[in-house]
Design a protein around this ligand. Sequence first.
Ligand SMILES: [Zn+2]
Length: 189
Amino acid sequence: MPVYEYKCTECGHRFDLIQSMDAEKVAECENCGKTAKRVFSARVSIQYQGWGFNATDKLLPESSRAKRDFKQLIEKNPQLSLNMIVSLSNYLRLFVSLVEELSLKEVSSRVAKYLLDLSMKALKEGRSPNELELDLSKHQLAAKLGTISETLSRTFGKMRSKGVISVQGNRIHIRDRNALEEIASGLKV
Ligand SMILES: [Zn+2]
């Protein structure tokens, strides 16, 4: 889950909260208990300073003082490297779940749009707008929607379990058009 920054409307106190992306954008101020609003911020929660943590860092030559100091620090203090591994692992997990959440939301929206397009097409051709037949294989459809079959299957699975559609082979039945439109507009998965 991503980390969001909040700012209190009363006292101006700033603090971070780890929340799901669907969470309310208001919270109680840690300081005074009044309403704090989410601040739009591209800032990442954990920021490491110094050599070795910037994407542009190159390996320093062996003789480099900075590298020697860094090595000595770790040798003298093994707990430091353990802490670093734990922090970096948490950091990585945060990113993986964020990417997953974002891509699933995006793919769901594209899948829903595609189904609504097919539905319109069916209606124009005088067929039922709720009974669709996929004109592409799952693999081809995934490629067309800029994803992979696994993610497409997960998306269909999620829509099916929420009663939005039912799937039988390459036939799709739209059961909840409003929900499908909400997913298409990126409101929910
Ligand atoms: Zn406050």
